[in-house]
Structure formats: C-alpha cells, structure tokens
Design a protein around this ligand. Structure first.
Ligand SMILES: Nc1nc2c(ncn2[C@@H]2O[C@H](COP(=O)(O)OP(=O)(O)OP(=O)(O)O)[C@@H](O)[C@H]2O)c(=O)[nH]1
Ligand SMILES: [Mg+2]
Length: 324
C-alpha cells in the first residue's frame, strides 16, 4: 500500500488531485482541515510492487491556485444563487484560475458563465415558431409584443397567434399592440387550430410568435391543458419568468415547464429585480438557455440581449467593475 498526502483549497479539489495522481481506486485514510483553511487528505492505493516513500512527498497545488474567491462567493450569496449551483461555479472558477492564472473576478465569472450556460438568439429563424409559456402574469404577452417590435425594426416579418382562451380580455392588449405594429394577430382556441394556423402562416412570415394561457405550475390540471399547445408544433419553447423570484421557487417552477418542453428562459422585470440568483440557478439546474430579457414595461425599449458578459456584470458589485 502506498500512502500519499494531498493539500488543496477544499475537499473537492483535494479529491480531484487524488484521482489524478492515484486513480479512482485510491482510498482516503484521513482528512484534516489546516489552520490556513486548506484541506489535507491522506490517500492510499494498493500496489503489487509497493514502495514506501520515507519522506512525505506532499502533492500540493502551487500557491497561484489558492484563488481568493470571496468576491464572487459573496456576490453569488447576495443574489441568492442556490447552494449547488454556487459551489459548482466557484469550484470551476478556482480550477480555471489554476489552469490559466487569470485572477480578474469579472473575466473569470464571464468565462465560466459563457462555457456553462447555454445562450440562444431570440430572432433566430432556423425554426419560425417561438412559443411563449409561463406562470400567469410572468410577462408572456409583453415579451411577444417586444419581440414583434424588434422583428419589425430588423425587417423580419412576423405574426402573432394567441391561444389564450382562459382569461377574459387576455388578448385585447396584445391585439392592440399588434395593430400598432401592423403585425397580423390570429386566434387559435385549441391545439388543432394552432397547428393549422401556424403551418399556414409559416409560409407567409419569418416568425410565428405564439402566446399561451398563463398557468399555475403546481396545478396539474392547468399544466395538462397547456401540453397540447406545446406538443403540436416543433417550436422554440420559451419560458418567461420574473427575474426577481426566489431561486428555489424559480427552479421548482422551471422544472415543471422544462418537463413539458421549455428550452429557453426569458427573464422579465429585470428592471425591478436586485437579485438574479433565480435566473442563474434555473439556467444551471434546468439547462434553460438565456438570450433576451425584459428590462422595462416599455414595449419598444423594454428588451435587452443577455449574454455571459452582461450576466457577470449583473452579478458582480458595480464598484468592483470600475475601469474594466
Ligand atoms: N417593469 C416591467 N414590467 C413588465 C416587464 N414585462 C412585463 N411587465 C409587466 O408585467 C405585467 C404582466 O405582463 P403580461 O405580459 O400581461 O403577462 P402575461 O404572462 O401575458 O400574463 P397572463 O396572460 O395573464 O398570464 C404587465 O403589467 C406588464 O407591463 C418588464 O420587463 N419590466
Ligand atoms: Mg398574456
């Protein structure tokens, strides 16, 4: 049996060192927290041709790897990112620092969010159908009006189909926006009608934006009523969600929509949120991609592109970003 000690910033990094050095058959004999906060592990492996190292030859990550992650950690705590997502982000960032020596928090965070969160282009036309779903009042119809406006600016032809047959007067506001934009507004009361109207209009327009009735994700009967609309078309499925939601609630809600097909998240009311841990946690846990967000109630100016760099800036304290 060969014994070998390892020192690293935390347990998961120490375990990674053990695995890299001794392989996955190694067993951990002892763990110890050192006074400087690092962790020391003693691992052992059975070897036929065993040798005994008389002097402790400690495998230690070079000192540049001990990255002071407190700035990013405190930001993720402030924003209320859920524990598992926070730990994953911090561990990857420490590893990235070790591998490339980068120690600028903003750059490290932006790079990590770029590599580990998915992004989509809202006006991407590879599939013409964009279906919006979400909790009642989460901003679906407003998001559609904003996207239709952007499409108009970019000379991309679009129409809107509403399937919202639940709330009385639900379509009035969206219909009036559509009129102002000179964008056709079509109503489809059931999934068959949606299929037919969407297929017809995809011949005429680059984008077919589909609104759906708001649901309570914790009421199965409401979610079940939404499913036929979602399953009838091969659409980009976008979940709108209030950006300021508590992260654990946000993940629970997003899991329901993910299970019925949501692929993207469109955060709304970002202008009213101080903490965006819900959005980061949903993107991490549910693997929903980010692309655009609602940043005011204004239809014309109320939409912004979201990417890794803008997310990192939203997460880190403003004063730490000065001059960057
Ligand atoms: N400040 C701000 N308000 C927003 C934003 N997005 C939506 N809202 C407001 O949120 C409210 C609800 O938006 P809707 O678009 O009607 O939400 P919905 O999901 O279509 O609602 P239902 O159809 O009832 O389920 C409206 O008063 C919008 O003006 C945003 O990005 N910022
Ligand atoms: Mg609506």
């Amino acid at each position: 049996m060969r014994l070998k000690p390892f020192i690293a910033a935390n347990m998961s990094e120490a375990l990674l060192l053990v695995k890299e050095s001794l392989g996955s058959d190694a067993i951990i004999l002892n763990t110890e927290k050192l006074p400087d906060g690092q962790v020391k592990l003693t691992a052992a492996i059975d070897e036929e041709d065993f040798s005994f190292t008389p002097k402790e030859e400690v495998e230690k990550i070079p000192s540049k790897s001990v990255f002071d992650d407190s700035e990013i950690r405190e930001s993720l705590n402030y924003h209320g990112v859920i524990e598992t997502s926070k730990d994953k982000i911090l561990s990857r960032i420490r590893k990235a620092h070790f591998q490339n020596g980068e120690s600028d928090s903003l750059k490290l965070l932006a790079r990590d969010l770029n590599q580990n969160i998915g992004y989509y282009k809202m006006l991407d036309r590879s599939t013409p159908f964009k279906l919006f779903m979400g909790v009642s009042g989460s901003g679906k119809s407003t998001a559609i009006a904003k996207v239709a406006t952007q499409a108009k600016f970019k000379k991309i032809s679009a129409c809107i189909i509403s399937t919202d047959n639940i709330r009385a007067g639900a379509n009035n506001q969206l219909e009036s926006f559509a009129k102002i934009l000179d964008t056709p507004f079509i109503f489809a009361g059931d999934a068959n009608m949606l299929y037919n109207k969407a297929a017809q209009n995809a011949q005429k327009y680059n984008l077919v934006l589909i609104d759906t009735p708001g649901v309570n994700p914790f009421k199965k009967e409401e979610v079940d009523k939404l499913k036929p609309f979602i399953n009838v078309l091969k659409a980009d499925k976008i979940m709108t969600m209030d950006a300021g939601r508590n992260a654990y609630d946000a993940v629970e809600i997003a899991e329901v929509f993910k299970n019925i097909g949501a692929q993207h998240i469109f955060p709304t009311r970002l202008d009213l949120a101080r903490r965006i841990g819900g959005i980061i946690s949903v993107a991490d846990v549910c693997k929903l991609k980010l692309g655009a967000a609602g940043i005011s109630a204004s239809i014309v100016q109320g939409i912004a592109k979201i990417d890794a760099a803008s997310l990192a800036k939203l997460l880190l304290p403003k004063h730490k970003q000065e001059g960057k």
